[in-house]
Ligand binder design. Sequence first.
Ligand code: 5RP
Length: 233
Amino acid sequence: MSVETDPAKIMKQQVGVAAAARVQSGSIVGLGTGSTTAYAIQALGDRLKSGDLKDIKGVPTSFQAIVLARRYGIPLVTLDEIDHIDVAIDGADEVDPHKNLIKGGGAAHTQEKIVDSLANQFIVVVDSGKLVEHLGSTFLLPVEVIPMAVTPVMRAIVKLGGKPELRMGIKKAGPVVTDQGNLVIDVKFDRIDNPADLEKTLNNIPGVLENGLFVGVTDLVLVGEIKDGQPSI
Ligand code: 5RP
């Protein structure tokens, strides 16, 4: 395991390691995306290497997860090769008191929702800054859109009361492109009162592939925090 000195990174590492510790030998494991999940993937690799964990298979949620799984020696399978996922570990951008989430800060929410929803147990790994009373209060809601439909989808979102903006990449040189070759619209809603309804309404707009609301999917949230300068879970 890498040695971190920044308390924020140590905290992410601690929740990642704690989630990985819950995985049992022989499991099929959904591998999420993001900086917190990256520590969980690394910890799974460490457990495999030490012999503490045997015979797991990973189901990646992104190109990033594929790269990390290969780096840490986790064998990968596709959804066509398996009939269940035992446990998925993934990060989130916001978590409400009902364990509903906003995800997609890494533009990976479409594959994440497929894999995380299929898991018998879905474990979310976050720091305490991600906990909110109402979804949408700190983070824009990501919506993955087929490129030719960006303009009509944005108009439809405005009619729903959202403020959409196309997600741009580094130095705003061009839009962010997802692993599926699509674009991401980030939407500000003043308040998301009914995430279950909004999730369905957005996905019904022609051209939308998937949005970042995860409702009723999470089983367990592991929260890292910094108390008196010390990271803890
Ligand atoms: C990627 C995601 C990530 O899980 C989410 O953005 C959290 O990432 P991090 O752990 O780096 O804060 O949804 O699409």
